[in-house]
Structures are given as C-alpha cells and as structure tokens.
Design a protein around this ligand. Sequence first.
Ligand SMILES: Cc1cc2nc3c(=O)[nH]c(=O)nc-3n(C[C@H](O)[C@H](O)[C@H](O)COP(=O)(O)O)c2cc1C
Length: 380
Amino acid sequence: MLEKSFKLKNIENRYPIVQGGMGVGVSLFELASAVGKKDCVGTISSAILDQLVPLRVGGDRMSNIEAAEREVFDTKQVGGVAAINIMCALVSSYEDSLEGAIKGGVDMVVSGAGLPMNLPSQVKKIVGTNDHDVNLVPIVSSARALELICKKWERQGYRPDAIVLEGPKAGGHIGWSYKQVIEAGADFLKKYDLFDELLKPVLEVAGKYRNDSGAIPVIVAGGVYTYGDIRQALYLGASAVQMGTRFAATKESGFTDESKQLIVEAREEDIVLGDDYWGSPCKLPFRYLKKSPLVDEDRKGNDFCICTTLLGGVGVDNSEKLGTKEFQRGCPEKYVLLPGKICPATGATNYTPMVSTGTEGYRVDKILSVDELVDELVGL
Ligand SMILES: Cc1cc2nc3c(=O)[nH]c(=O)nc-3n(C[C@H](O)[C@H](O)[C@H](O)COP(=O)(O)O)c2cc1C
C-alpha cells in the first residue's frame, strides 16, 4: 500500500495522487469531488465553466468568475482538496477563472498549455499579497522550462509550490512542438522518456530553486497507470503523480458513455498524436482516439472548434470573425476534444465527440468508479 502522503502549503493528502485537469468538461465537480473524497487531489478544468456549470446547477449562463467560484466551492464542500486547471491558451477567461477559483476557496492552481509566466502577479492582484494559501503549480515538460518559470517568478517574489512534469505519453495536449515530434520520429517517446530522461534534470532544477519547505515538489504525469508505476515514481524522487487517462475512464468523468466505451475498445494503434489539422488553440500536438466520431466522420464544419464555443456556441455563425483579433490564437480551423456533454450548453443537437487518452488508454478494459480506481491505485 502507498504509505507516502502529499503535503503542500496548508494541505495534506493521504495519497500522493493528483487527478489531472481535463477539458473540455471531462473533469468537473462530479469527478473532482469524488477524487477529493478519496484523499487525493481532485482537479476541475476551467474550460468554458460559464456554460457547463449552469448545466449542473440550473439557471442561465454564468460569468466565468461566478462559474469557477461555484464549481470550486461545491467541490470543496464534499470535503477534499480541490485544484483548478487553467490553460494559458484560454487567454480571454484566464484571469476570471483564477479569480472565481480563489473566491471559491481553491487549494491549488495548476496551469499549462503554455507557460504561466505571470501567475504569481495575477494571484497577488486578486488577493493583495504573495502570502496566501493557494498553491501555484506550473506544468512543464523540461528542466529548461522550469528554470525559465523559476527565474520569471522569482522577479515576482514567488517560487512554485510544486510543479507538474508532464512527459510525452500524456493525454490531451503534449508539450513538444510538431517539429520535435516529427524530428524524433519513432524514437519520440524514448527520447523524452519521463523517468529515464526528463525527471532527473527537473529534480535538479527543483532542488536549486527551493521553496520555504525545501526542494520544489515534483508531480510526474504521462503514462503513469498502475500502483507499481506510482511506487516507481516516488522511488525516483517524485512527490506525487498526476493521472489523466485512468480518471477519464471512470463513472464520474464527464465523457459520455459512448466516449467511455470507445476508450474501453481502443487498441494501442488507435491512439495517435494529432498532426496540425487535429491540433488545437494551444498550437501543441493533441493525442486522440482515431475512432472518435469527429475523426471518423471527418466533419469539417468547424462546429466543434473551441473558438466557436468561446465565441458564443455551436450554431452561431462566426465566419465573419475568422482571422480577427477575437480568435486570439488564430485557430479557427482546428478542433479540441469535446466530451459531448457540453453540447446542450452550446445549443448543438448532434454533437460529435473527440476523445483523448494518453498512450496507455488501450489498457483500460472496464469503467471503474473513482472509489474502485483509487483503491486499486493505492494498493488496497
Ligand atoms: C481527456 C483528457 C483531457 C485533458 N485535458 C487537459 C487540460 O485541459 N489541461 C491540461 O493541462 N491537461 C489536460 N490533460 C492532461 C492531464 O491533466 C494529465 O496530465 C495527463 O493525462 C497525464 O497523462 P496520462 O493520461 O497518461 O495519465 C488531459 C488529459 C486527458 C486524458
């Protein structure tokens, strides 16, 4: 059984397991609160909470601040530790999601899909001081990125409370460019192997930039699948693991039943890294299931582009806005994953899900409850 707890500023979890934030709509209140209740860290994805939270609580569309506050507050009421994942790529809602989450009492802010260079100042602007209870946790994929963040944060008088080191086997977006993926070819996963290549240099930088309680804790992510993997990660110096795929395939995840079934049926060769066409606003490669209905049907109608969603929802004609400032990252042709559940919020009648898992998604053979999964992962 896992004996090591996971401590950060003002929080202590019995188990060193963080459920990764999963957008759009995959990790919401239902999943995060169930994970928190099992003494792990539950993470809400901030993506389009303004449209998703009213689906759960009723009422009209909320502001991003109200929605993040409500989702975090309700999750915390269940009793566990609550984190929020805010992607840097969601530029227009970033600060509102942050403010709402802090008002709701969030314990940890995890931020990637870009480097959250100004997160400490953004939090300070909201709470008025650097001396607060919120753990600020950037996601990086290399020692170099960590070093950059530490230097930039130091100028804001803050050091990361922990970091997530995400390797190339992760679900969702990965932190390497298309060029790096193509150049490494068949050796890509080996060249950037989480444990063999990435962890050691990152632990060195984390040791160099110590925070008040010692070296910056490193949470590893990407391909961690079993109790044995978690033990190995801890043995190699990680303070905790972050897992996405395992939690995406639980009863409490926001994926539709159809999407969960696709994960159960997926074979290793069905899980692929997107090329530019199947990219996303983050401009980073995205891992998805080849059998996702969106890909199978090859719908190019652009009705499930996240930009479309952010600009008012499916069914709204945004064609005149293409190429304008409102598409801040200029990605109107590209898709991101959608679990289907968001569609009622956006007015779609015939959604087409895009399903993502990490490389190990093919090993899922059954949809477990969070309760069953955590018991398995901690070796009970
Ligand atoms: C369906 C899915 C959606 C994800 N969405 C996000 C996201 O919105 N933001 C983010 O930082 N990471 C996202 N991730 C990455 C996870 O938080 C986690 O770091 C990663 O899945 C770990 O790798 P694993 O899937 O092998 O466990 C996503 C992962 C999955 C499987």
